[in-house]
Ligand binder design. Structure first.
Ligand SMILES: NC(=O)c1ccc[n+]([C@@H]2O[C@H](COP(=O)([O-])OP(=O)(O)OC[C@H]3O[C@@H](n4cnc5c(N)ncnc54)[C@H](OP(=O)(O)O)[C@@H]3O)[C@@H](O)[C@H]2O)c1
Length: 213
């Protein structure tokens, strides 16, 4: 049984021009690291079970990499609930690429920020080499559709920090001590408003925050 703390309920998103949000949906340790110093987050995987796994696969199926769908029981063709687009940096995309997965989120429109990769390894993946912020603003300004998932990693999240409208932070009950920060950005306090909070029996906490503008 989960502990649900409904401090506020995030209302369904309205659709319309300029209302697509950029949401950093990310996993981290208690002390805010998204992985070890090189970004490896495999210690978090052991918590993705039971009730929390059921929550992820039912509420955010589109954030599960396509090769894992049959493993976690997501039916082929399951529509995204929150996102229709994903942006990640080459550092994150390379994890799948090195394993031969050229389109990890084939059910979404995929964008990869890179200046070194000049040819996309997959027809579903569009590379962004120039004006990353400008391209994200264009995507946010599109009419209708679902939101844009900022997958990470730290470098790209740091570059897009001012464009982020929402944070969905999955906190795993581990302290790392050091590691890859959630944002590779300079110090500056930025205010966010707390929305829904959900705690799971295994100690995972999911918090939603909206950027105060
Ligand atoms: N815990 C989580 O939820 C989570 C989520 C995602 C990722 N991660 C971890 O994060 C790690 C990767 O993070 P990272 O910070 O090393 O890399 P990253 O942010 O994924 O990618 C960095 C790369 O993106 C490209 N890039 C950055 N800014 C750009 C810009 N303005 N225009 C064009 N390209 C740009 C550059 O590629 P080029 O060098 O080609 O120019 C840069 O090397 C991985 O180990 C992954 O496990 C964790």
């Amino acid at each position: 049984m989960s502990v649900v703390v409904a401090l506020a309920v995030t209302p369904p998103r309205e659709t319309g021009p300029g209302l697509r949000k950029l949401t950093y949906f990310v996993a981290c340790s208690i002390d805010g690291f998204i992985g070890d110093p090189k970004g490896d987050a495999t210690s978090m995987y052991s918590y993705v079970t039971g009730e929390f796994l059921e929550y992820l696969t039912s509420q955010y199926p589109e954030t599960v990499a396509a090769p894992a769908w049959p493993v976690v029981g997501i039916e082929p063709g399951t529509p995204g609930r929150r996102f229709d687009t994903v942006i990640q940096g080459l550092g994150s995309y390379r994890l799948g690429l090195d394993a031969g997965v050229t389109s990890p989120y084939a059910h979404l429109r995929e964008y990869v920020a890179t200046r070194s990769l000049t040819e996309s390894p997959d027809p579903n993946v569009e590379l962004i080499a120039d004006d990353l912020v400008g391209r994200i603003r264009e995507l946010k300004a599109e009419e209708g559709g679902l939101d844009i998932w900022l997958c990470g990693g730290s470098t790209v999240a740091g570059e897009l920090i001012e464009e982020i409208d929402e944070l969905i932070i999955k906190t795993y009950p581990e302290v790392y001590g050091s590691g890859m920060p959630m944002f590779g950005a300079g110090f500056e306090p930025r205010a966010f408003e707390l929305g829904a909070v959900r705690a799971f029996d295994n100690g995972v906490l999911v918090r939603t925050y909206t950027r105060k503008r």
